[in-house]
Design a binder for this molecule. Structure first.
Ligand SMILES: Cc1cc2nc3c(=O)[nH]c(=O)nc-3n(C[C@H](O)[C@H](O)[C@H](O)COP(=O)(O)OP(=O)(O)OC[C@H]3O[C@@H](n4cnc5c(N)ncnc54)[C@H](O)[C@@H]3O)c2cc1C
Length: 263
């Protein structure tokens, strides 16, 4: 169950911001809506998309956004004017109400650096965005046993996976968060233990605590593993589990972001 390749997934959807609220100390929920979003396929679990954002000067050319993000689509985007093409980042569907064409996006409020995090904190009703569907990375595992690991950027993915897993699934979900108040209500199967891991040190690198905790766990085999978040958590977490005997093909892992690097 490798993290699925999204390059063949197609479909973009224009939408407008309808709401933006701080749901926990470090998570901003932006709700976007539009007629086109009534047609967004529901892939469930960790369904994700590329979020194309409005430029601050208001000259955003959403025609620069391709229908898919394979080689041809990416080239189309790169060939559009760098002054008007929208910048983009990857996000997860936190909530989806197809009947009203609404999608909730939970964006980590990680400070003033970057594009999407700071945008979420000032997003205004009526601002236009575009979502490029990328399908989902997670696939259920035949064993029904799971080990899910993420930092706060992967909280929406872990929440979606727990919501959509069969109710008889078993296992553990480790979710590192900046603050105890960043925990959110999750719809987890009864047999999956959710462990919130608040960082005691506000300056600690995100993902380190989840990695340290993962290293104390002897996985129950066979198991389907999903690890997402800061790059070191994903790479080192996978390395640890392979050494602990988990076959590589049972581990879906992806570095969502990297300390000190944009995009
Ligand atoms: C498939 C996928 C799904 C994702 N889903 C979500 C999601 O639902 N919610 C979510 O919040 N993120 C999610 N991410 C991660 C998100 O795309 C990155 O965090 C992205 O870098 C944020 O863009 P930015 O413009 O805010 O910051 P950037 O311009 O990319 O980076 C600017 C600076 O901020 C730092 N930075 C970036 N993200 C974080 C962070 N989370 N915490 C601390 N510092 C950070 C960078 O290291 C850099 O120094 C997902 C990523 C992938 C690949």
């Amino acid at each position: 169950m490798a993290f699925a390749d999204a390059r063949k997934t197609r479909g973009h959807y224009l939408a407008e911001v309808v709401r933006s609220e701080r749901v926990t100390p470090h998570m901003q929920r932006v709700t976007v809506a539009g007629d086109e979003l009534t047609r967004l396929p529901r892939h469930g679990f960790d369904q994700w998309f590329r979020l194309f954002l409005p430029r601050e000067d208001g000259t955003t050319d959403f025609d620069a956004v391709p229908e898919g993000f394979g080689m041809a689509g990416y080239l189309k985007y790169l060939m559009a004017s760098s002054h008007t093409r929208p910048l983009f980042r990857a996000y997860t569907v936190r909530g989806h109400r197809p009947e009203s064409g609404e999608v909730d996006i939970d964006l980590v409020a990680h400070g003033d650096a970057g594009v999407a995090g700071p945008w979420a904190q000032r997003a205004q009703r009526g601002e236009r965005v575009m979502l490029l569907d990328q399908g989902r990375g997670f696939e259920p595992h035949p064993s029904g046993e799971y080990l899910l690991v993420g930092d706060e950027s992967a909280l929406p993915a872990v929440a979606g996976i727990l919501r959509d897993l069969p109710r008889d699934a078993r296992g553990i979900a480790l979710v590192e968060i900046p603050d105890p108040d960043d925990a959110q209500p999750l719809e987890a199967p009864e047999g999956v233990e959710v462990r919130w891991l608040p960082r005691a040190d506000p300056l600690a690198q995100p993902g380190r605590l989840a990695l340290e905790t993962l290293r104390t766990i002897a996985p129950v085999l066979p198991v389907g593993v999903y690890i997402a978040g800061e790059q070191t958590l994903a790479a080192e977490g996978r390395r640890h589990l392979v050494a602990a005997g988990v076959p590589k093909h049972d581990i879906a892992f992806t570095g969502y972001w990297k300390v000190g690097r944009a995009g």
